[in-house]
Design a protein around this ligand. Structure first.
Ligand code: AMP
Length: 439
């Protein structure tokens, strides 16, 4: 199937061609016809599946056609609400790219920066508004935004929005939307409260589900290193030094952890930057920009900051910590292997994180391939000296006092699939990557 088969109009087809999109992704194939029929849509899908284009293309097309018919006034016709500034900016970039031959204007509003430029853009007039909830409400209250003419309302990453505590803001925004509208609701997961919220927003809807394991298993090569917490920095530096040209997104569970990793890398003369909620918007944009431009090769991010970040040419995702929520693993590794590209996702797993690994494997219905043995192996007897900032669990730590960095031991879980040679000799490198593509 091609985009032409989906009845996409020429100005948009031309733009998609310019973007190098040859074929629609599964969510685009399924969602675009539903939206052309005028139905509401419930999209159970994560970023990385091409969901932005799945809603941006039909919205742009319908706005373009209506514009030709001189319908409606000059107000905002499409509203996209999304949880983070980074996502908002990316969605704005997508609308600009796909709509560049349509004359449909968009602007992006988000908090953490002065509002002057945003209100100026709004006053010039836009058809498409992409917004984070707080700033949107703020500018609505100040009278800069009216939702009266909205025909298309998109709630993006709804589960994430709820996680971030935006539920009341969302309800206030929904209350201001016209009844007659087409609504689109996207969420990677569908827990009970999300189902309830979707019912509030959607009318006569159809559902499209792109399972996360589909995205994960098909495109991303995965591997896990069993490594003690103490040795994670050494293994990280080693892997990065091994492939200095690759751009690597490193995930840390906490902001504090992300800063710590930057310091570790700094000491090892590896240029890196961190993005997380405690960083200013300017610092986050700069770090992201430098990373996208290839000025820095390593970006450390927390989940909230990184979710949905779209970086072309991302060679690898590295989970410095395993997430305690298995779905987060899927979101993380989805940062590489976007749309049609393939990617690599490696994870560090210390003794206390093994239950997390089990949960992840249950969710993705496959075993994450074990990386070959390496000198920083976690054989469970390592003395832990670092302060732990992860969520508390009841597991018993071995505090035997034995430093066992290079000690060999048999029967360790990570001898699976690895070579059984001397652990003193580092062999668990990416060159020794034996992680086959997921089934
Ligand atoms: P999204 O899930 O919307 O964040 O999209 C993930 C990535 O896929 C982005 O980099 C898009 O530019 C890219 N993409 C979206 N649709 C297609 C397509 N049909 N062909 C190739 N790449 C695409």
């Amino acid at each position: 199937m091609t985009f032409k088969d989906l009845d996409i109009i020429e100005p948009i087809l031309r733009a998609l061609e310019g973007e190098g999109y040859t074929h629609p992704t599964p969510i685009q194939m399924q969602a675009i016809p539903i939206l052309f029929k005028g139905k509401d849509l419930l999209g159970v899908a994560q970023t990385g599946t091409g969901k932005t284009a799945a809603f941006a293309i039909p919205i742009l097309q319908q706005l373009f056609i209506n514009k030709g018919k001189q319908q409606g006034g000059r107000g905002i016709k499409a509203l996209i609400v999304t949880p983070t500034r980074e996502l908002a900016i990316q969605i704005g970039e997508s609308f600009t790219a796909y709509g560049k031959f349509t004359g449909i204007r968009n602007t992006v509003i988000f908090g953490g920066v002065k509002q002057g430029k945003q209100t100026h853009a709004l006053q010039r007039g836009v058809e498409v508004l992409i917004a984070t909830p707080g700033r949107l409400l703020d500018l609505m209250n100040q009278g800069f935004v009216s939702l009266r003419e909205v025909e298309f309302a998109v709630l993006d990453e709804a589960d994430h929005m709820l996680d971030m505590g935006f539920i009341h803001d969302i309800k206030k925004i929904i209350a201001k939307l016209p009844h007659k509208r087409q609504s689109l609701f996207f969420s990677a997961t569908m827990p009970k409260d999300i189902v309830e919220l979707s019912r509030k927003i959607l009318g006569d809807f159809e559902q499209v589900t792109v399972r996360p394991e589909q995205a994960t298993a098909e495109k991303v090569e995965q591997g896990v290193y069993f490594v003690s917490k103490k040795n994670k920095p050494k293994l990280l530096v080693h892997l990065l030094e091994e492939s200095p040209k690759d751009s690597v997104l490193v995930f840390s569970r906490t902001k504090h952890g992300a800063n710590k990793v930057v310091k570790i890398l700094d000491k090892a003369n590896v240029r890196a930057a961190a993005i997380h909620g405690n960083k200013s918007q300017t610092a986050r944009q700069k770090a992201l920009g430098d990373f996208k431009d290839g000025k820095i090769k390593v970006l450390i991010a927390t989940d909230i900051a990184a979710r949905g970040i779209d970086i072309d040419e991302l060679s690898m995702v590295l989970n410095y910590d395993l997430p305690n929520v298995p779905e987060t693993y899927v979101h993380r590794i989805g940062r590489t292997g976007r749309a049609s590209a393939s990617g690599i996702a490696l994870s560090f797993c210390d003794k206390e994180e093994r239950p997390y690994l089990k949960d992840i494997e249950k969710l993705i219905k496959q075993e994450v391939p074990r990386m070959p043995e390496h000198q920083f192996v976690d054989d469970g007897t390592e003395e832990e000296t670092e302060i732990d900032d992860r969520p508390a669990r009841s597991g018993n730590r071995n505090r035997s006092g034995n430093s066992s960095k290079n000690r060999g031991s048999s029967g360790n879980a990570n001898s699976r699939g690895g070579n059984s040679g001397n652990r003193r000799k580092f062999s668990g490198t990416r060159k020794g990557f034996s992680g086959k593509k997921g089934a």
